[in-house]
Design a protein around this ligand. Structure first.
Ligand code: DX5
Ligand code: ZN
Length: 234
């Protein structure tokens, strides 16, 4: 994993002589009536990131939460806020998300006609810049911006909902992105979002994933703390 984001190695990563992966539990699958407890649970877990899915009902067919919620939970943890914008015209809101507490800000390739400008604006606002690509979008389309990115989020489901089935083509996209990353000298982390769990995490990491978003496989279980520990140790 490129070194812009440092994280301790799990025992398994040490044994397999590979870099640690980052688990980013997604708040989308938590109990929205008790977000404080969900944030506290992640805060006390080994997961270094908290993934926050912002949906506008236009770019995706669902609406989740926005600035007030992010701002409210910001005071309860110092974990990295990995904000995934599934909204049209994200440029309008870049500084507002920074002010709400975002550390990483990821915009969708499909929502940004001037992607290079959006990336520069995110970095100029002091955040790490990410780009997410939908399942139908080829990683090759990122070639001209990859060296500027801190993170690429490969959507392994169609964005909008938690708890969907993982799309198998994702493995091939990770391999392609890894090669492109090497060729362009990029240090971007490879994040996988959607349908990630115990059943596919090891193969994703060994293929080249650095960051694994986990919604349903954490908050959909009887013991989310244990689920995060398990996913972190694989
Ligand atoms: C989907 C979101 C995901 C979602 C993943 O549009 O971007 O972050 O929370 O949920 P799971 O892990 O349940 O597929
Ligand atoms: Zn997401």
């Amino acid at each position: 994993m490129p070194s812009t984001f440092a994280t301790p190695l799990s025992p398994n990563a040490q044994r397999l002589n590979r870099m640690a992966h980052i688990i980013a539990p997604s708040l989308l699958s938590a109990d929205f009536a008790d977000l404080k407890s969900a944030v506290a649970l992640v805060d006390q877990s080994p997961a270094p990131w908290l993934h926050l899915d912002v949906m506008d009902g236009v770019f995706v067919p669902n609406i989740s939460f926005g600035f007030p919620v992010i701002k409210a939970i910001r005071t309860h943890t110092k974990k990295v806020f990995d904000v995934h914008l599934m909204i049209v015209d994200p440029d309008k809101y870049i500084t507002a998300f920074r002010d709400a507490g975002a550390d990483n800000l990821t915009v969708h390739y499909e929502a940004c006609p001037h992607l290079h400008r959006s990336i520069q604006a995110i970095k100029g606002a002091g955040m790490k810049a990410g780009v997410a690509i939908n399942p139908h979008t080829s990683v090759a389309l990122l070639e001209d911006v990859l060296a500027d990115l801190d993170l690429v989020c490969i959507m392994s489901v169609n964005p909008g909902f938690g708890g969907q089935s993982f799309i198998e083509r994702t493995y091939g996209k990770i391999t392609e992105l890894k090669a492109l990353r090497e060729r362009t000298g990029s240090k971007a982390l490879i994040e996988i979002d959607g349908g990630v769990g115990e059943q596919n995490l090891e193969r994703l990491v060994s293929t080249g994933a650095d960051v694994l978003v986990a919604g349903n496989s954490v908050f959909g279980t009887a013991d989310p703390s244990a689920a995060i520990s398990k996913l972190s140790s694989l």
